[in-house]
Design a binder for this molecule. Structure first.
Ligand code: GLP
Length: 255
């Protein structure tokens, strides 16, 4: 496991973008993507770097798969993850929508929608998965208690998550989502986890140094052979306090 600690969130976001573009130059073409406020500077840095390098990713065989989407929201709703991605990444990069996969939370049969997404994911395979982390340690919308064998599934959001996300949501926050499962996430060849801010410090420390715990979904990432955490100094504070016991498990770099 690699852990990069940057002085601030913008630097952590920019380094994330740099690693994603490096993966692209090394042949990665299937990217698992995340939403949330942490990803806003990450996508801004990605767009800036792609433009600066004159890369035209719209004409490539690039495909993206998002982690999750709310149940019952039309794709055009300003709070949908489709809209978030459109605004922050797909439109600026002119990515054609047929290559940008998101779950449809309005599907008539949500189980079938999840099964179909799993088929697409398994056929294509994720080269790299980008993740944020919830303050309760959720990844995607896999809340505490989610089975680690889970494929894409429907999830009722925890009260913590609802409280955390309600204020930023335009309208009534849906209380259910479809999400890639923990097993699905762990199939990616490489995983980048970005965490910015003191509110994430405890979840980050537990995810990296704590015991494997079904109530801390991000701890499942300890079972993956290629995980990189990108943190700002505040998100790293608790980890640095705990780190002595697990130095053999990770390489820490200050950037
Ligand atoms: C959201 C998303 C997650 C995200 C996490 C953190 O609700 N479903 O994929 O990583 O919670 O969000 P933020 O970056 O806004 O703190």
């Amino acid at each position: 496991m690699q852990v990069y600690i940057a002085d601030d969130g913008l630097r952590a976001a920019d380094l994330t973008a740099e690693l994603m573009i490096k993966a692209y130059h090394d042949g990665a073409r299937t990217f698992g993507l995340a939403t949330g406020q942490t990803m806003v500077p990450v996508y801004q840095a990605l767009v800036d770097r792609i433009r600066a390098q004159g890369l035209d990713v719209s004409r490539d065989d690039l495909q993206t798969f998002n982690l999750d989407e709310y149940v019952g929201l039309p794709a055009t709703h300003p709070g949908s993850f489709r809209q978030f991605m459109q605004e922050h990444l797909f439109s600026p990069l002119h990515l054609p929508s047929e290559r940008c996969h998101l779950l449809n939370g309005m599907a008539a049969d949500l189980n079938q929608e999840c099964a179909h997404y799993d088929e697409l994911l398994e056929r294509r395979g994720l080269d790299i998965q980008l993740l944020g982390i919830g303050t309760n340690g959720h990844i995607g919308y896999n809340e505490p208690g989610t089975a680690w064998e889970s494929r894409t599934h429907r999830m009722r959001l925890s009260q913590d998550t609802i409280a955390q996300n309600r204020d930023q949501f335009p309208g009534d926050l849906p209380e259910e989502a479809l999400t890639m499962g923990i097993w699905s996430i762990l199939q990616a060849k490489a995983i980048l986890v970005v965490a910015i801010g003191a509110s994430k410090a405890e979840a980050v420390a537990k995810a990296i140094c704590g015991p494997l715990d079904v109530n801390l979904p991000a701890s499942a990432l300890q079972n993956h052979p290629d995980v990189t955490y990108l943190l700002d100094a505040k998100a790293a504070e608790r980890l640095l306090a705990d780190q002595s016991a697990k130095e053999d498990r990770m390489v820490i770099r200050r950037v």
